[in-house]
Design a protein around this ligand. Structure first.
Ligand SMILES: [Zn+2]
Length: 238
């Protein structure tokens, strides 16, 4: 399976158009060094032949590491598509995956993300054996507790394993407009463990799955949906 293809790309800085090879699939089982390159932000980054400017290309990308039982589909909501359409495309792809997967390996966890930062985060979470839904639940709590410092419309929250300690999980608050990291926020690991235990102890369908049915789930998006609903209710009440 080819993992890169040529694409005509126009430089956002000088409009120069060039053909560049971009990754469609990162097959980490076969090319483990791609993992590091992804973390360094080198994947699907282009240097313009005319102005030497450097920019990232937003395009679909599959991260596949079957040894770690992980597949992440990055599909940016662009080219006039809605999130619903991206989810429908994902469901079709995953529906066909059963036939494509070797039968002698365990089925991987399969994730859908729409931003590159989320892709890297899911890879980190898998490494740390953390539950992605529970992490989104924690982000939801952090957004709701800090609406002024952490407005969900403007700020991403991304798990940072490098600055996490045995006591505290570290999250970076990233300005969505500038990409800049503006703050580090912490969440007690003992609280994470207590929540994980409480959710695991439930009988029947997990509350986490009810909160985040997926296949795309995001604590930030859920906060924005809740805020929109609350604003609509407040308006009805006059
Ligand atoms: Zn250029």
């Amino acid at each position: 399976m080819a993992t890169t293809r040529q694409h005509p790309i126009r430089c956002p800085l000088c409009e120069h158009e060039q053909e560049v090879a971009l990754w469609d699939v990162l097959d980490i089982d076969r090319e483990p060094e791609l993992h590091e390159r992804l973390l360094k932000g080198e994947i699907n980054r282009v240097t313009c032949a005319s102005c030497a400017g450097s920019f990232a290309v937003s395009k679909p990308l599959v991260y596949r590491h079957l040894e770690r039982e992980l597949m992440v589909f990055l599909d940016p909501v662009n080219n006039g598509r809605t999130l619903d359409e991206v989810v429908a495309d994902f469901s079709r792809t995953v529906g066909n995956l059963d036939q494509l997967m070797p039968t002698d390996v365990p089925l991987p966890e399969i994730h859908l993300v729409i931003e590159p930062g989320e892709l890297v985060e899911r890879v980190f979470l898998r490494e740390q054996q953390m539950d992605a839904r529970l992490v989104e639940h924690i982000k939801y709590l952090m957004y709701r507790r800090n609406p002024e410092k952490l407005p969900a419309g403007q700020m991403n929250l991304l798990f940072n394993p490098l600055d996490s300690t045995p006591e505290q999980l570290c999250f970076m608050a990233q300005n969505r407009a500038t990409g800049r990291i503006e703050a580090a926020l912490h969440f007690q690991r003992s609280d994470y463990d207590a929540l994980a235990e409480a959710f695991a102890a439930e009988a029947g369908p997990s509350l986490l799955e009810e909160q985040f049915p997926g296949p795309y789930f995001s604590g930030r998006l859920l906060v924005l949906q809740d805020l929109a609903e609350e604003a609509a209710e407040a308006e009805e009440e006059g």
